[in-house]
Design a protein around this ligand. Structure first.
Ligand SMILES: [Ca+2]
Ligand SMILES: [Ca+2]
Ligand SMILES: [Ca+2]
Ligand SMILES: [Ca+2]
Length: 245
């Protein structure tokens, strides 16, 4: 009984939420983790399989940190991937089947469907640092893949020593659900503040040579629906909670 009460308390107060510490100085997005600020943040694992096969440690392993200031979120991802693979030359073509870092953000933590709207964002950051999400359908009903490169600034570098770890530094502007493709001039990122709560999830699509991605691994425990855990691109209900400290 006591255990159940503690669990209910934990769920209701989100003590298991991810925490982002505030940047005190400056973080330079250059794929080099030498800022003192990064030492203030704790590592979170990327170890929850959402689709494909469980990778071996050599195939893929990763972890990340999150920080913030008024202008943007900062993400540091350390990725070990034995083969970098980008087989689709068009950045808008099946980008999820190439290696990419995927950042899920629900600014107001509303939850709900975001697949063809901006209730939440699922930024796919490709190896060329271009950023793709899906907007409202085109007039002919086809899917509208869009580049949102001005939302996400990222750089990555590989270490020169085995296992040649990738350090991927990212700055993300946080846009509200009022973001519009037709009213671009009115789009404004929100100013972030202490104690703000957002929906958040980080993931990596690992493909080494296959037609479809081999493993899709995220930060969040997802309860499967009909055996399927790959739900984050459809609904922000499955995102984690991120608290700005
Ligand atoms: Ca840096
Ligand atoms: Ca791999
Ligand atoms: Ca939302
Ligand atoms: Ca790979």
């Amino acid at each position: 009984m006591k255990k159940i009460l503690i669990l209910l308390f934990a769920i209701s107060t989100n003590i298991y939420a991810l925490e982002a510490q505030r940047v005190k100085d400056t973080i330079i997005i250059d794929g080099v983790m030498n800022e003192k600020d990064w030492l203030l943040a704790k590592w979170y694992p990327l170890n929850q399989l959402m689709a494909g096969v469980i990778p071996s440690h050599e195939d893929f392993n990763g972890r990340f940190k999150v920080m913030w200031n008024a202008e943007q979120l900062y993400i540091l991802a350390e990725i070990n991937d034995d083969k970098l693979f980008d087989s689709h030359p068009n950045p808008l073509d099946r980008y999820w089947d190439d290696d990419c870092l995927e950042i899920f953000i629900d600014e107001d933590r509303s939850g709900g469907n975001h697949q063809f709207n901006f209730n939440a964002f699922a930024y796919h950051v490709a190896l060329d640092n271009q950023v793709v999400d899906i907007g409202p359908n085109n007039k002919d009903g086809s899917t509208n893949f869009i580049l949102l490169n001005d939302h996400v600034n990222s750089q990555w570098k590989r270490n020169v020593k085995v296992p040649y770890t990738i350090t991927w530094e990212v700055a993300v502007k946080v846009y509200p659900n009022t973001f519009s493709l037709s009213q671009q001039a009115n789009n404004k990122a929100v100013t972030l503040t202490t104690n703000k709560i957002m929906g958040f999830m980080l993931a990596y699509c690992d493909n080494d040579s296959s037609d479809e991605r081999e493993s899709f691994i995220g930060s969040t425990v997802i309860t499967p629906i009909n055996g399927d855990k790959n739900l984050g691109y459809i609904t922000s209900d499955v995102f984690d909670t991120l608290i700005l400290k």
